[in-house]
Ligand binder design. Structure first.
Ligand SMILES: NC(=O)c1ccc[n+]([C@@H]2O[C@H](COP(=O)([O-])OP(=O)(O)OC[C@H]3O[C@@H](n4cnc5c(N)ncnc54)[C@H](OP(=O)(O)O)[C@@H]3O)[C@@H](O)[C@H]2O)c1
Length: 338
């Protein structure tokens, strides 16, 4: 098999293709011949040495794949073999062969390409947890989606639109037209304007009921200030880590110093709540994930889940895929194909 390894912490040149013998599935496992793998921002953080969950280098990252099941381990339903499937993986997705536990397999609907299927698990499950499970977004409520043009951002627009909420989003200005077409009601350029001032103007000074914030550091302070009474702040990433010029661990320190502390009494007085999301830490709740995915697959059939692949790169060009995302060129998902 061919895999893309992170060979050291640093730039995209640290990603290298290596060949090794195909693995065999053990009991309860299925082997997948991968056709497409999802690229996530966390992979970039892992490459830069800024992702505490990443395996020790050299390692293969990648959280999701789509492909064809081609071998079943002992105790696994043999009828999976030959079927098109997609799945969450705990790392290892940047590969043309992946082994996953049978219970993680999802049959790929024929209407989806492998690229589209690989764009679903991380983005839509994260957005679902943020908006529905923990954010309790309701019809006619207001939501602000930061980084609305990213993979999670586009998935969140689909879900918020389905719920019937009023959707505000921040993104680079070149992405606004596309996002409005996807269902965003108000687009704010957070790179050249003070988004909090803009949001207050747009909401008559009130702020919004729910905010999804993957930027981190002192950005969370500002998002908290932008909540109206009974508002919820969902924190789920530290994208700002990549913009600092400081060396590796010092960047995390810089973010830590800017990160707000939320005192219970202050939360009570303000009628606000804050919560965190980390999909990778829900492996011990497979039934929960499966039930969210079931709803999302119904949404796919009903047409409100609309996975959007912006660009595909061959697996061997994973470094170019990272550069594309780091240069903020993507709108929605970037995938690697075999
Ligand atoms: N906790 C979880 O379970 C979980 C799951 C999935 C993702 N996440 C987090 O959610 C965030 C988005 O992830 P994603 O995979 O969907 O990626 P993505 O949003 O597609 O990432 C690329 C986009 O991020 C925006 N961006 C913001 N700050 C940036 C920076 N410093 N450098 C480069 N781009 C930046 C850019 O959009 P603009 O041009 O509009 O700024 C860029 O196009 C990441 O922080 C990721 O770690 C967390």
């Amino acid at each position: 098999m061919n895999q893309i390894f992170i060979t050291g912490h640093g730039g995209p040149e640290k990603l290298q293709l290596r060949e090794s013998p195909d693995p065999s599935p053990a009991g309860g496992e299925i082997r997948i011949r991968v056709k497409a793998s999802g690229v996530n921002f966390a992979d970039i953080l892992a490459r830069e040495g800024l992702y505490p969950d990443a395996p020790r280098i050299p390692c293969v990252v990648g959280y999701e794949v789509s492909g064809v099941a081609d071998a079943a381990g002992p105790g696994v339903d043999p009828s999976w073999v030959g079927r098109e499937v997609f799945a969450l993986t705990r790392f290892g997705g940047y590969s043309d062969v992946v082994i996953v536990p049978e219970k993680q397999l999802i049959p790929k609907p024929a209407l989806l390409s492998h690229e589209q299927a690989a764009a679903i698990p991380v983005n839509y499950l994260t957005a679902w947890q943020l908006l529905v499970v923990m954010g309790s977004l309701k019809r006619d409520e207001t939501v602000l989606i930061h980084n609305a043009g990213g993979g999670v951002g586009l998935a969140a627009i689909d879900i918020a639109r389905h719920i019937g909420a009023k959707i505000y989003g921040t993104a680079s200005s070149g992405k606004h037209a596309f996002l409005m077409q996807r269902g965003l009601h108000e687009a704010i350029d957070y790179r050249t304007k003070d988004w909090l001032v803009e949001l207050k103007l747009l909401t008559g000074g009130k702020g919004v009921a729910l905010i999804l914030d993957p930027l981190g550091g002192n950005h969370w302070k500002k998002s908290y200030a932008a909540l109206r009474a009974t508002g919820r702040l969902g924190m789920y990433g530290v994208s700002v880590a990549t913009t600092s010029k400081l060396p590796g661990p010092l960047r995390l320190l810089q973010i830590g110093l800017g990160t707000p502390f939320f005192h219970p009494l202050a939360l009570m007085s303000a009628n606000k709540s804050v919560f965190g999301v980390n999909l990778g830490h829900l492996r011990h709740e497979p039934e929960m994930i499966a039930s969210w995915m079931e709803t999302l697959m119904k949404g796919l059939a009903d047409g409100w889940v609309r996975p959007h692949v912006d660009k595909s790169f061959p697996l061997s060009r994973a470094g170019d895929a990272h550069t594309y995302m780091e240069e903020r060129k993507n709108i929605g998902k970037v995938v690697l194909t075999v």
